[in-house]
Design a protein around this ligand. Structure first.
Ligand code: BGC
Length: 246
């Protein structure tokens, strides 16, 4: 099935049509920077613009950086607060004129990695973390992806993502080693709680894994997201295909 996968992030919206049988992008992806916190009306306009660029009429899978309950967006830690309580399916399907399936962005990355990436062929307990503007998390077991919000665990008195996200590394001008030290403290807590067999690290920074993986210490096997920054797009598309029963 061909689905337009869209990944809404803290600083940009990315999208591309995806062949959900192969996980391949059918056209080069589009990226629209979204400086500042855009209101739901403005951000859905950006999504509509991306759909229009591909002249898209088919289903759209959309990953959003917040808690998703059914069609509703429940949290918006790094986007406009007005998203909280919004019916995201209604918002984005009205803006695009297409059928929309919505899920958490880290759950999307988890789906994609499970099917086509670092967790492929592995049925054991897996923790997927995405390090970007925020920290996304999902647990995967026996083919089921379970979104969790471990980015907001308290670490030294604040939401962990404020210390360990990729944005925090840049904001605080941390060296790779310094950032890895923070990540190790966080990963130790996550391992105590979730005891995964495999940890997949995604987000844009996963492409730079040789710079910081050598400093990381985990009990679980640690791998970078194979699909890198495309995991969110591919996983959102997979979710829409699943929702359509394909
Ligand atoms: C949000 C999560 C999201 C993560 C990554 C966090 O701030 O609460 O839902 O998955 O950022 O975007």
């Amino acid at each position: 099935m061909n689905v337009l996968g869209i990944d809404i992030g803290g600083s940009a919206v990315k999208g591309a049509p995806v062949d959900t049988r192969t996980g391949r992008l059918l056209a080069p992806r589009l990226k629209v920077e979204t400086p500042g916190k855009l209101t739901p009306a403005k951000l859905s306009g950006v999504v509509a613009k991306i759909a229009a660029q591909y002249k898209w009429r088919g289903p759209i899978g959309l990953g959003f950086p917040g808690v998703i309950h059914g069609p509703f967006i429940r949290t918006s830690a790094n986007l406009h607060p007005r998203f909280v309580g919004t019916d995201g399916v209604k918002l984005f399907s009205r803006a695009t004129g297409c059928r929309v399936a919505l899920l958490n962005d880290a759950a999307a990355a988890g789906l994609a990695e499970l099917k086509f990436g670092g967790g492929r062929g592995f049925a054991g307990k897996t923790l997927v973390l995405t390090l970007g503007t925020g920290v996304g998390s999902a647990l995967v077991l026996a083919g089921v992806v379970f979104p969790v919000e471990l980015g907001h665990l308290p670490l030294r008195g604040r939401s962990a993502e404020k210390r360990v996200s990729s944005a925090a590394r840049k904001r605080n001008d941390l060296s790779w080693r310094q950032w890895a030290k923070r990540l190790n403290e966080y990963l130790a807590v996550l391992e105590t709680i979730t005891r995964p067999e495999l940890i997949v690290i995604g987000g844009g920074v996963s492409a730079k894994h040789p710079k910081f993986f050598p400093f990381l210490r985990t009990s679980a096997r640690l791998v970078p997201a194979k699909l890198g920054n495309d995991a969110g797009i591919v996983g959102a598309a997979l979710h829409a295909a699943q929702a359509a029963g394909k």
